[in-house]
Design a binder for this molecule. Structure first.
Ligand SMILES: [Zn+2]
Length: 307
């Protein structure tokens, strides 16, 4: 069984400026955490650029052009209050999306059974025509559509354990046959969406959690509701929006998970993947802003993917 780690040095060159939580040090913390003999058997692969058409399948061409036009030749510019771009951001975003596409291709060919994409900028807040919450292109949704439309997968599930609701992914997958989106997230919290009122049976499953929810309660909801919905959907591919900002130490949210919880969550998803879809999982990095918790959480996540 082969587990891949896909990244690209260009993802370090998306410079969000001093004091911004979504910073290059996040990827450096992940590299450091995975630079350990326990991860020596990971197959390390460089991401390709995402084809323009794969991005344009989910984002309006005017939006892509707007991002390109906003990216400055020097310094930084803002797409909105919290989403900053620098000269390296365009390539970083295209390699981040390309990592997911490469992952899906490798899962489909059988070269890989599981893949973790250590990429930034993240994606799950990106709407078809709007950047949001540090996200430019919706890497998870782009990967999901690539799997169904280029490789013929029939039932693609996206499971999002980032502490924030993936509003963009929900927008892109809602009412689309053959896709399931499951999100566990703190609510109320940015971006404010993701109540159970948005849920659509077999398509959109939001499981909002109150600030301070314990690890035990989180696990109960994850196993009892998220996993039950996932098994009922019977996916032939599982994509994970892997955010590590539900960690107790994270400065942007108020959940209480520890690194072993991320290992447990991943074990649960691996068990479903082994049962439903020959173990195939593509995991994409989303948030996680405490560097220590991020590195430790990713290490537990990837270790579980390798089991
Ligand atoms: Zn987040």
């Amino acid at each position: 069984m082969s587990t891949w780690l896909i990244t690209h040095p260009a993802c370090l060159e998306h410079d969000t400026g001093p004091g911004h939580p979504e910073r290059r040090a996040r990827l450096e913390a992940i590299e450091q955490a995975l630079d350990d003999p326990a991860f020596a058997t990971l197959t390390r692969v460089q991401a390709p650029l995402a084809p323009e058409n794969a991005i344009a399948r989910l984002h309006e061409r005017d939006y892509i052009a707007h991002i390109d036009a906003t990216i400055p030749a020097r310094g930084r510019a803002s797409l909105n209050a919290d989403t900053v771009v620098s000269p390296g951001s365009g390539l970083a975003a295209r390699y981040a999306a390309g990592a997911g596409i490469k992952a899906i291709d490798a899962l489909h060919s059988g070269e890989a059974q599981r893949v973790f994409c250590a990429v930034r900028p993240p994606g799950h807040h990106a709407e078809p025509n709007e950047s949001m919450g540090f996200c430019l292109y919706n890497n998870a949704a782009i990967s999901a559509f690539h799997a169904r439309e280029q490789h013929g997968y029939q039932r693609v599930a996206v499971v999002d354990f980032d502490v924030h609701h993936g509003n963009g992914t929900q927008t892109m997958l809602a009412d689309e046959p053959g896709y399931l989106y499951i999100s566990l997230h703190q609510h109320p919290l940015f971006p404010g969406t993701g109540t159970r009122a948005d849920n659509r049976p077999g398509n959109i499953i939001n499981l909002p959690l109150a600030e301070g929810t314990s690890s035990a309660d989180y696990r109960q909801q994850f196993h009892g509701e998220a996993i039950a919905e996932l098994v009922a959907f019977d996916p032939d591919l599982i994509i994970i929006s892997a955010g590590f900002d539900a960690a107790a130490a994270d400065p942007l949210a108020g959940l209480t998970l520890e690194s072993d919880d991320f290992g447990w969550i991943t074990d649960e998803l691996v068990a479903v993947a082994n049962y439903c879809c020959a173990g195939k999982i593509c995991s994409l990095l989303e948030g996680g802003y405490d560097l220590g918790a991020l590195g430790a959480g990713v290490a537990c996540h990837v270790a579980a993917l390798m089991r």
